[in-house]
Design a protein around this ligand. Structure first.
Ligand code: MN
Length: 189
């Protein structure tokens, strides 16, 4: 049985970036539904009792979609920070190595996220010293391609519509200054 993890910050901690209202709907309603659906769909199948990564790598259809959305959301919420932070340490080194400047990284990440058509996710993935920006659609997730995700942003409209309406670019701009770089660094292999 999967259960929902509490957010790693108060629901009003990101105000100015995401409202308490957005985080309440996104975490307590959308994510809870994906958790409930995953439990219901896995029940009585060989996937019951398996961990999330195994389900994501092996399941298809509704079970894959819901399990991947559980992983994607828990990862996304951990990527967010109440404080405005800058990348540091190894993650900063790798960003500079792969994108030359932090501004270039932000601009490329933003371009990818804004142009990700429909519902999906924009990821930063790592293979060795290589970082790449990858777009996925719907619930798709880099784990199925054996890529290591280190950062993601949710570009489904439910992630930003209450605060930004159709202005996805403004949401992405605010996201880029509220990244929990310590979490990103902790995902490096
Ligand atoms: Mn979402």
């Amino acid at each position: 049985m999967f259960t929902i993890n509490a957010l790693p910050y108060d629901k009003n901690a990101l105000s100015g970036f995401l409202s308490e209202n957005t985080l309440s709907f996104h975490h307590d309603k959308h994510l809870q539904t994906y958790v409930d659906n995953t439990n219901n769909l896995a029940k009585g199948t060989p996937f019951e009792g398996e961990d999330l990564t195994t389900i994501i790598k092996k399941a298809t259809g509704g079970l894959f979609n819901n399990a991947a959305q559980v992983f994607n959301h828990e990862f996304y919420f951990k990527c967010l920070s109440a404080d405005v932070k800058a990348p540091n340490g190894r993650v900063k080194e790798l960003l500079l190595k792969n994108f030359e400047t932090l501004e270039n990284f932000e601009s490329e990440f933003s371009k990818a996220a804004v142009s990700n058509f429909g519902s999906g996710w924009t990821w930063l993935v790592q293979t060795g010293d290589t970082l790449k920006i990858v777009n996925t659609s719907n619930a798709q997730n880099p784990l199925t391609e054996d890529l290591n995700p280190i950062l993601c942003v949710d570009v489904w409209e439910h992630a930003y519509y209450l605060d930004y309406q159709n202005r996805r670019a403004d949401y992405i701009k605010a996201f880029l200054s509220h990244i929990n770089w310590d979490f990103v660094e902790s995902n490096l292999k």
